[in-house]
Design a binder for this molecule. Sequence first.
Ligand SMILES: C[S@@+](CC[C@H](N)C(=O)[O-])C[C@H]1O[C@@H](n2cnc3c(N)ncnc32)[C@H](O)[C@@H]1O
Length: 278
Amino acid sequence: MTGLPAYDPTLYKGSAAYYLRGRPPYSLALREAVSAECALDGTGRLLDVGCGPGVLAAELAPVVYEAVGLDPDPDMLTEAARHAARAGVTNVRWVQGLAEQIPDLNLGIFRLVTFGQSFHWTARERVAESVYDLLEPGGSIVLVGHSVDKRPEPTGPGHPKIPHEAILALIDSYLGSRRRSGQGYQGPPTDRWEAALRRTRFGQPREVVSPGRTDIVQDSDGVLANYLSMSFCAPHLFGDRLDSFEAELRRTLAERSPSGLFWDWPGDTDIVIADKPR
Ligand SMILES: C[S@@+](CC[C@H](N)C(=O)[O-])C[C@H]1O[C@@H](n2cnc3c(N)ncnc32)[C@H](O)[C@@H]1O
């Protein structure tokens, strides 16, 4: 049981256009790490669930035969198709749908099923069980996210860090202190992904940490895009106060960095993997 409400199509309304510009990328070693862990040799199929603008699908498509990106948000899929085309990735197709609909989508079988910062949005145990059914023997479910807890903070490129606390306080002043989510509110944080997987046929997963990029620098457009790409700060939530929020955010940023640049440290890339037995 997740206590997750039914999918709300306004969850990321207006966010897709900001996502690739604003969200910090995963580790440069992600593809290598997943390929090694899951013995990818260019022959299997990949399903990327909650693919958003296609970051993981496009990154991993070169090490599989065919990739499918699945997401309920049509604007995210439009961004994903553009992103893949720009990256020269041609072996990926995009399907609009929810993770919970996987059993009905006739997607075929897969070597690898990934979730990049999306597993928590789904009915996790039920979805993991349907992923288990889709995997070929020896195939893997892989959950990817950022984590700042894996080591002491590294040294950055010398710019001030993104002032997240000040920005969150500004968001609170516009939207209230309870985190928004679509037409409602985000539920309380659930337990870790690993705990949910343990409750399924996958059992105990393993964890691999890929070093995060310490060199990500954002200007104020990038910081703004980062926040507008988040469900709790999606553009639609501000209604006709969006311009005012943007202006205040830019002022907040200008006060904190004379160069207008900020260090974005997303943390290392945390990769949680569980295999279906052969
Ligand atoms: C934080 S974004 C992650 C995008 C991308 N995977 C990444 O790694 O950056 C979460 C994505 O999950 C999608 N999503 C939300 N609920 C979902 C569900 N029930 N099934 C599948 N995808 C869902 C959203 O539309 C959004 O694109």
